[in-house]
Design a protein around this ligand. Structure first.
Ligand SMILES: Cc1cc2nc3c(=O)[nH]c(=O)nc-3n(C[C@H](O)[C@H](O)[C@H](O)COP(=O)(O)OP(=O)(O)OC[C@H]3O[C@@H](n4cnc5c(N)ncnc54)[C@H](O)[C@@H]3O)c2cc1C
Length: 398
């Protein structure tokens, strides 16, 4: 073990951001990734302004922006009534260096991070390396990792569990993942059909409420992605048939020819937060620590914000002799944000978008119209929805 060596489980955005931040500070890192090659992950597509501000520390935000779409506006719509409220992210000028949402696939961030990590000599990325369990004592932490069918032990000063929703690190430590799983699943369908030619004034980010079948319409550079809830009585197989996908797409916007769908994926959706974010020399970050429904685009963003917070603290501990108790502050800060902001806002977003009670729907829509009509209320709303408030809340926790 070198004097400062951090083990990281998972080469998703959270593991790789942590790795690059630590490596740039001169700390040696080993990342274990169970897949044998980087995945073109179709999950996250929205980067919020404070996440872009943080990534600018690596000098990669401009490159990421050049590979995505700058979304100045976001919209709240209703499937029958059309546009309810439009929010102009330019109101956030002065609050962030990036007053827009970036619509860009999350794997593009992973690729940029891997490219930069490849330039650093004290970084080891082990692909096809599946973490099996974690053990620790007062001086070190050891990961048992399966590589080519054999178990190998790796020892470091600290270990970051960034191994996603089913985190083996979390399970190995027996940390409870408190919360619930929604009964329905979410279906994500990508198409090359150009919705903007058919739905007037559509923005790149559109939350479309409906009491029967809400949807989210998101543009990434070459495709539109549509997110639908499934019905409880549908089996996974039924949801994924060509006929069923085509029926959903035609029901949203009827057209004479069939939709060309490029990807289709079905997700289980949870609202869960780990009971502990830190146990001794091991800390959880990203989906390993908290998962939520994707309405509002907060999972990866929150995870990247965890990664900076945690790795900054590890740098202080390993290079400046700060007390390891600093990791308790990581837990206090980021667990509070996961519960109060990420979980609470995404759960509320889902409740509002699917609301069945006509009066409650009308009330939410009137509130949204009033907020959009007032620049100061709209700015407050955007600070909340783009996670600026969440980041400030974390900083305020001692
Ligand atoms: C449909 C959908 C849309 C979404 N849209 C957005 C959005 O717009 N904005 C947003 O912020 N979030 C969004 N999210 C959430 C976002 O995708 C996740 O929050 C994000 O991927 C979490 O990153 P992570 O690095 O923590 O985990 P992951 O991306 O899951 O990465 C974990 C990595 O660990 C690896 N791994 C797992 N187990 C092991 C093991 N035992 N050993 C070694 N490696 C292991 C995995 O292979 C994986 O590469 C969306 C999610 C869904 C489902």
């Amino acid at each position: 073990m070198t004097p400062s060596h951090v083990l990281i489980a998972g080469a998703g955005p959270v593991g790789l951001v942590s790795a690059l931040n630590l490596a740039k500070a001169g700390i040696s890192v080993t990342v274990f990734e169970r897949h044998i090659a980087p995945q073109e992950d179709l999950r996250a597509s929205t980067f919020h302004p404070p996440t872009l501000d943080l990534l600018a520390r690596f000098g990669l935000t401009e490159e990421l922006v050049s590979q995505g779409l700058v979304a100045r506006y976001t919209q709240q719509r209703d499937r029958k009534e059309g546009l309810i409220a439009e929010f102009d992210m330019a109101l956030l000028k002065g609050e962030t260096q990036h007053p827009f949402r970036l619509q860009c696939e999350q794997w593009k961030l992973n690729t940029l991070l891997l490219d930069r990590l490849a330039l650093l000599p004290h970084v080891t990325i082990l692909m096809g390396a599946e973490l099996q369990s974690v053990d620790q004592d007062v001086d070190s932490v050891t990961a048992k990792v399966k590589i080519d069918g054999k178990i190998e032990n790796f020892t470091g000063n600290y270990l970051i569990g960034a191994d996603g929703a089913s985190s083996m690190v979390r399970q190995s430590l027996g940390i409870e993942f408190e919360g619930f799983t929604y009964p329905e699943r979410f279906l994500s369908v990508s198409t090359d059909f150009e919705y903007a030619d058919h739905l007037p004034k559509l923005s790149y980010v559109n939350y479309v409420s409906d009491p029967n079948e809400w949807c989210v319409l998101l543009k990434v550079p070459t495709l539109w992605r549509v997110l639908f809830p499934t019905r409880l009585e549908e089996t996974d197989e039924e949801v994924m048939t060509d006929e069923s996908i085509e029926a959903r797409m035609q029901n949203l916007l009827p057209k004479d020819t069939p939709y060309n769908t490029v990807h289709r994926t079905l997700y289980k959706v949870h609202q869960r937060v780990a009971k502990e974010f830190r146990r001794g020399r091991v800390a959880l970050a990203g989906d390993a620590a908290h998962i939520n429904n994707p309405i509002g685009g907060m999972g990866m963003n929150g995870g990247v914000q965890d990664a900076f917070n945690l790795s900054d603290k590890l740098i202080e501990i390993l290079t400046s002799g700060a007390s390891p108790d600093l990791l308790d502050r990581y837990e206090r800060q980021r667990r509070a944000v996961a519960i109060e902001y990420i979980n609470a806002n995404t759960a509320r977003n889902k409740k509002n978008i699917e609301e069945r009670d006509p009066q409650a729907r009308q009330k939410t829509q009137s509130e949204l119209r009033a907020i959009a009509a007032s620049p100061s209320a709209a700015k407050d709303y955007l600070r909340k929805t783009s996670m600026i408030d969440a980041l400030e809340r974390a900083e305020s926790i001692a």
